[in-house]
Write a protein that binds this ligand. Structure first.
Ligand code: ZN
Length: 468
């Protein structure tokens, strides 16, 4: 009997442990990102100036204070990640809200009018704050423009100039279809969930957000001005159901956070005169469309041969030796480094910068709760590379297994369009399984110059030493 009871207790403890782990495992975390948190904030601050030139902000003090106080309660939760959030009301009939990386958050008057209760308004704001905290904008930009941004974030951003100016050259802006502002269904699912945790902590029923989204979705057909929200925030499906399952894990269960002011605020909005120079409903819904980048492709210059003399690069995670006539473009606190000759970084055909000759080194963090699997994670990385380089193809031959400083690795040959018009580029991808993630390097050269660069690439590869 005693033995049996002890076993029951042990099983109960085990179940509790598993349940607890499930709680932590389910709370979403920020994903792969080439940018630092400080750069998220800088992008948001620069974007705020751009956006506020084109939208009309609500001037009424009471309305602004109301929205700000709700936002600040949500932003004070641990899930919000401590970004410098600001909350502003846009005079616009369409049912929309949006947030820029690093914190600036905007709510349309149309959204406030459409909410049935304060929890619904708080729910949309929590969802937007969650996108900021999970760094979805820069995460998506990182994945979609891996190669170009590797050089940019590592190199020219060192100058401390405008990041958004440089992103614009890659075609990344604050337009409705930009990778910074248009989210994937997975990102939506995570933002719903993290936003729900924030709502519970701030004293709102976490289900109100999901209910509101579902109500809007159902009415979208015969309700104007809601399409924009769902085009940037695609419905991940089963929203209410999913939050219902999670609610038991959330810290606070008495939902007494409603200040009872929503109806009064709605009346103020309905009675307010539009801000100067505007007619309600005539503003573009959300941020303005981005300008297409304009830059002529660079003509191909004869390449400078890589020097056979080498210099050392010492990073936090790895060290290596690279040609003396190349430069390393890295940044404090970032793993990503680009090694390239002066003539290796050129203007891309679509505008912006591209690496035509050189190498990029980086680390892809292991997925939550998973250890690195060389084949699987190499496949995932290639998918990410392809997203940013649609013309990229894998060579017919099998990846080659190699060992790098004692760790198993793979060499995969990829081809993509070179920034030099009409040229094919060879992207030799090295991936190495490390305890903390997948270390990778892409060795890049136009196919016509690959032989000229091969010795330099191989000697870099042989020189790699990992820290610990
Ligand atoms: Zn969203």
């Amino acid at each position: 009997m005693i033995a049996n009871r002890a076993r029951h207790v042990a099983l109960a403890l085990l179940a509790l442990l598993i349940a607890n782990q499930a709680v932590f495992a389910k709370r979403p975390k920020p994903g792969f990102n080439l940018f630092s948190k400080e750069q998220d904030v800088q992008i948001g601050q620069e974007g705020m100036k751009e956006i506020e030139k084109t939208v009309k902000l609500m001037k009424n003090r009471e309305v602004n204070e109301y929205v700000r106080s709700i936002g600040e309660r949500l932003a004070a939760t641990s899930e919000a990640g401590g970004y410098p959030y600001t909350f502003k009301v846009v005079w616009d009939d369409s049912i929309n809200a949006f947030a820029l990386p690093g914190g600036p958050t905007y709510v349309n008057t149309g959204l406030i009018l459409a909410a049935d209760n304060e929890g619904q308004l708080a729910g949309v704001m929590g969802h937007e704050i969650a996108h900021v905290a999970l760094r979805h904008g820069t995460n998506q930009a990182s994945k979609a423009n891996l190669l170009q941004l590797g050089a940019m974030v590592g190199g020219s951003m060192l100058g401390g100039g405008s990041i958004t100016g440089q992103l614009a050259q890659l075609g990344i802006g604050f337009g409705a279809n930009s990778v910074l502002m248009k989210f994937s269904r997975n990102a939506e699912r995570d933002a719903d969930l993290l936003g729900a945790y924030m709502m519970a902590q701030a004293g709102y029923n976490p289900l109100e957000a999901a209910r509101f989204f579902e109500k809007l979705e159902a009415e979208a057909g015969n309700r104007s001005g809601v399409a924009q929200f769902f085009s940037s925030h695609p419905n991940p499906g089963n929203r209410t159901e999913r939050i219902e399952k999670e609610i038991q894990y959330m810290e606070r269960r008495s939902y007494d956070g409603d200040t009872g002011q929503l109806e009064r605020i709605k009346a103020i909005i309905r009675g307010a005169a539009p801000p100067e120079g505007t007619a309600p409903g005539q503003q573009p819904p959300g941020p303005p469309p981005q300008e297409p980048p304009q830059a002529a492709p660079a003509p191909q210059q004869p390449a400078t041969a890589p020097s056979s003399r080498q210099q050392a690069y010492q990073g936090r995670e790895f060290q290596l030796a690279y040609p003396e006539n190349w430069r390393a473009f890295g940044q404090d606190g970032q793993v990503s480094v680009t090694f390239a000759p002066e003539d290796g970084i050129v203007q891309a055909q679509g505008g912006g910068t591209a690496i035509a000759r050189g190498a990029v080194a980086n680390m892809m963090a292991a997925s939550r709760g998973q250890s690195v699997n060389l084949e699987r994670d190499t496949g995932r990385l290639i998918e990410q590379l392809r997203q940013g380089n649609p013309g990229m193809k894998a060579a017919n031959r099998q990846p080659r297994a190699i060992t790098v400083d004692g760790s198993p690795g793979l060499l995969t040959t990829l081809y993509s369009p070179s920034p030099f018009p009409g040229q094919t580029e060879v992207d030799m991808l090295l991936t190495v399984a490390r305890p903390q993630g997948l270390y990778y390097m892409v060795f890049i050269a136009p196919q016509s110059e690959f032989r000229q660069h091969q010795a330099a690439f191989e000697s870099i590869l042989r020189s790699i030493k990992f820290s610990q």
